[in-house]
Design a protein around this ligand. Structure first.
Ligand code: ASP
Length: 413
């Protein structure tokens, strides 16, 4: 590998070592969990510590530098459209391949007593209302990302509307943003160790006895993750952002490997900000589109839900009609929006999708044991989708501002 990307190379080494050492500890997973996992937890804690100020200040700086509230609206609309469309495609791929490859075929229910306690999923309106905080500090303390985004947007708007008088605030926010970015860069340097320490216990705990009975499900889900990324993201970055898919995926490697080892979109957010900027995305666009994506855009989760629903239906002997499958596309898209970017959240929301078509939620107990393995892959897809949207929206905005500049020049001359 070239000297240019030493971090990506170190992360790769961390991953390979993590997998090898993890296999070695399969005979003694307790050791890996007690003594190696804590270092991964420390690394993730540091990332979580820095992620709220990074998101808060970078969005405020982004809003200020766009100068125009309307422009933010147009970025927001494009972002949400991209996120929704790609998520619908993701569930559809999940359903299609799960049916085609008969995902539940060959799996024997051993008559085990299944029990799964579903958490009550909030209603759509509740989720919507909850985006708007009633307190300007609590969301920062609790890292409630959507609310942090709303606070940052309002502060940004306030600063724009105040104009000259807010100059000192602008200086402060810009300086603090730089400081946060530098703290983030320090923490990111620890990624190779973090990736190693997060992977070892997962590999150690998931031996063949856990994975083999559900191997077909795992392979199909990963296949669909792969197909979705290769088709949807490659095509969109090529067609809209004019970036070659190889360049895109190569530059995304650090963020993707952190997503894989941490199973957390929010955890991978700082590194994703860095990767997309290397790909040429404007920082004001990335700082808004990525945190939003880490909270609402979950294509990997949607794929996982689509395939798992068919798996559970087939294992329990239910036949799903076309209209039920369309219901699944809608509820999965909503469920993935409501899924938090933290490990295991997608499985909780799967209950909502199963309930929408009357399937037994106890089916989740069948896959709960391998959820972490599925979660690692879906998180990679989730954050890669956020990055694809970022580079595309940034490219469209770039084109628009070039056009305006050219028109202004033409008018002036
Ligand atoms: N772990 C996923 C993420 O952070 C969410 C999920 O569980 O599906 O993106």
């Amino acid at each position: 590998m070239k000297k240019k990307s030493p971090l990506a190379f170190k992360i790769l080494i961390g991953m390979i070592l993590g997998i090898v050492v993890g296999f070695f500890f399969q005979s003694n997973p307790a050791f890996a969990v007690s003594y190696i996992k804590p270092f991964g937890t420390i690394f993730l804690n540091l990332i979580k510590m820095v992620v709220v100020p990074v998101v808060l200040f970078s969005i405020i700086v982004g809003v200020i530098s766009m100068k125009d509230i309307k422009k933010i609206g147009s970025v927001g609309l494009k972002t949400i459209a991209f996120y929704m469309i790609t998520t619908c495609i993701a569930v559809t791929f999940g359903l299609f391949f799960a049916n085609l490859l008969n995902v539940g075929g060959g799996y024997q229910l051993a008559g085990e007593a299944l029990s799964y306690e579903a958490a009550t999923a909030p209603s759509f309106m509740d989720t919507f209302v909850n985006i708007f905080p009633s307190n300007a500090v609590a969301p920062l303390a609790n890292a409630t990302m959507l609310q942090v985004i709303v606070i940052a947007l309002f502060f940004g708007f306030g600063i724009i509307l105040t104009g000259e008088k807010a100059e000192p605030v602008v200086k402060f926010v810009e300086a603090f943003n730089e400081v946060c970015m530098n703290i983030m860069n320090l923490i990111i340097k620890l990624s190779p160790i973090g990736v190693f320490a997060l992977l070892v216990p997962v590999i150690a705990e998931n031996g063949p006895s856990v994975l083999l009975p559900l191997l077909k499900l795992i392979v199909i889900i990963y296949l669909v993750y792969f197909i979705h990324m290769v088709i949807v993201y490659s095509l969109s970055v090529k067609a809209i952002a004019k970036i070659s898919p190889i360049t895109f995926f190569k530059n995304m490697f650090p963020a993707m490997s952190l997503a894989f080892s941490s199973a957390s979109s929010v955890g991978a957010l700082p590194l994703n900000l860095e990767c997309t900027q290397k790909l040429g995305a404007k920082s004001e666009v990335a700082s808004f589109v990525l945190p939003l994506g880490a909270t609402i855009n979950m294509d990997g989760t949607a794929i996982y839900q689509g395939v798992c629903v068919i798996f559970i239906a087939q294992v329990f002997g239910f036949d799903l009609s076309i209209s039920q499958q369309i219901t699944i596309i809608l509820t999965s898209t909503l469920a993935s929006i409501g899924t938090a970017g933290v490990p295991g959240a997608g499985m909780i929301m799967l209950a909502m999708v199963l309930q929408s078509v009357g399937l037994p939620i106890e089916g989740i107990a069948l896959i709960a044991g391998i959820d972490r393995i599925l979660d690692m892959g879906r998180t990679v897809v989730n954050i890669t989708g956020d990055a694809a949207c970022t580079v595309c929206v940034s490219a469209i905005e770039d084109k628009k501002s070039n056009l305006t500049n050219n028109t202004l020049k033409a008018v002036a001359s």
